[in-house]
Design a protein around this ligand. Structure first.
Ligand SMILES: [Fe+2]
Length: 392
């Protein structure tokens, strides 16, 4: 495969990983200058009480939690970010601790933009967000191993009026500290462990072959794929397996670092449109689309996709000795499809409430999603519409 001629790579903030590392969340917030923190979370996290460990961990430092915003829905939206910012403002918060999945962490990122800039979030949608004043410190504690938002420079926020997902991006959006504590993911139910884990896998897969892929991210993605493959079934079958939980968090983080540099492609463009238009949870949309999208992308031989999927087959530890790239790639795709079945995930869009007459509109949304432009080749409208129909 051809070596990339030029690339740039940026690293996100500090990462801490261990069982019970949130016990030191207060000390970590002190180190990055936070004194009055807004805790951003959701009702699911509050219900199982895992935010309690973070609250207790505040005793390790001098900072305090001055307000809690727990109204983050699964697909966060502009109004939610505004309400979260209002809570920060009312409490004179100077920092954020986010405890939750991607939607919670992305809401915290959007709130951080408003804490630095004021105005409305839509005012700050640009190719690369560059703050005009310092961003508030943000400590992210993921409770899923999937989106990798704790590692990325990206926030995905729905705009319900336009029925699309907006993407805010820029290195300033990276959380200052990510605390990967497997204990915080122990209560995640099996179906969410499965769908979010497939999202993590998809970030690694798409990072391998986007237009912006490069060797550093190949390395991150390779190991991310291996860790998901070795640990997702264990975490799914026994949520209390903290080693599996920890490796899944690391895999999600690796995928996040990879794709925040390389971006993702058509599979994510299509999943965004299904989330924005029909409310399909991101991980579910991804789990369904991933094998179909990989099969689609096999046509981009000159762009090196089959060779990249061979690398993926190696990461999956499949027997590909003597196989050509396409045969190895198809073994990788078959493996992903089988894995989805073992995890009890749906395999068709018709199973998750997508109306068949909505495919055209979803295709239209996908074609203008920024991720589509980063897919190998230049997929045509008719090709993406056909891909949706295959997955239907
Ligand atoms: Fe994703």
């Amino acid at each position: 495969m051809a070596m990339v001629e030029w690339f740039e790579f940026q690293v996100p903030g500090k990462v801490i990983c261990s069982e019970h590392c949130v016990d030191s969340v207060g000390a970590e917030l002190d180190k990055v200058g936070g004194t009055r923190a807004l805790l951003v979370t959701d009702e699911g996290v509050q219900k199982v009480g895992i935010d309690g460990a973070v609250r207790e961990g505040m005793d390790s430092g001098g900072a305090e939690i001055v307000a809690t915003f727990d109204k983050v829905p699964p697909n966060s939206e502009l109004k939610v970010v505004q309400a979260c910012y209002d809570a920060a403002k009312a409490a004179a918060a100077d920092s954020i601790i986010s405890v939750g999945g991607g939607s919670v962490i992305d809401t915290a990122k959007g709130t951080a933009i408003l804490m630095a800039e004021g105005g409305e979030l839509l005012d700050h949608e640009s190719a690369v967000f560059t703050p005009s004043s310092p961003m508030p410190p943000h400590v992210a504690v993921p409770t899923t191993a999937g989106t990798g938002s704790e590692a990325t420079f990206i926030a995905v926020i729905a705009d319900h009026e336009q029925m699309i997902k907006l993407i805010f991006q820029g290195p300033a959006l990276s959380p200052t500290v990510a605390m990967l504590d497997p204990v915080m993911t122990r209560t995640l139910p099996p179906h969410l462990t499965a769908s979010t884990g497939m999202d993590a896998l998809s970030h690694c897969v798409e990072a391998l072959h986007t237009e912006m892929n490069e060797p550093i991210c190949d390395g991150l993605a390779f190991y991310g794929i291996r860790l998901v493959n070795r640990n997702i079934l264990a975490a799914f079958n026994d949520g209390a397996d903290l080693d599996a939980r920890k490796y899944m968090l690391i895999a999600a983080y690796l995928g996040g670092v990879a794709f925040t540099n390389t971006f993702v492609g058509a599979i994510h463009a299509m999943a965004h449109s299904l989330g924005g238009r029909f409310g399909v949870p991101h991980g579910i949309a991804i789990a369904i689309l991933l094998p179909y999208g990989m099969e689609f992308n096999l046509r981009y031989v000159d762009e090196g996709v089959p060779a990249k999927y061979r690398l993926m087959a190696e990461a999956l530890e499949l027997d590909i000795a003597g196989d050509d790239d396409e045969t190895a790639a198809r073994k990788a795709i078959d493996h992903i499809r089988k894995l989805g079945g073992e995890l009890g995930l749906p395999s068709k869009l018709s199973e998750v409430g997508v109306p068949e007459d909505g495919i055209e509109a979803a295709t239209e949304d996908s074609m203008v999603d920024g991720c589509m432009f980063n897919n190998p080749g230049e997929p045509e409208f008719e090709e993406i519409e056909e891909l949706f129909r295959q997955a239907y």
